[in-house]
Design a protein around this ligand. Sequence first.
Ligand SMILES: [Zn+2]
Length: 82
Amino acid sequence: MKKTTIYEDKKAKIEQRTHACPHCGYPVLDHMTECPRCKKKITPTGYVPMSDEKIKKIRWITYSIGAVISIVIIVLIIVFRK
Ligand SMILES: [Zn+2]
């Protein structure tokens, strides 16, 4: 097995996630939505934005957990106040 340095591993990983800009050929990472050189819009290939439905679901779960924690804290304050 060939020994690689941490730097070489990182470089290889970045190269895997890099592709050429369709407008100017500049190497861009797969999650980028805009080319850093020509500033034109590019379609990200390695990153898919979260759907509205998923955002709503995560928000609902987060609010629910927050509400439950708030109620528990209020109940604990009322119980241990005396
Ligand atoms: Zn470009």
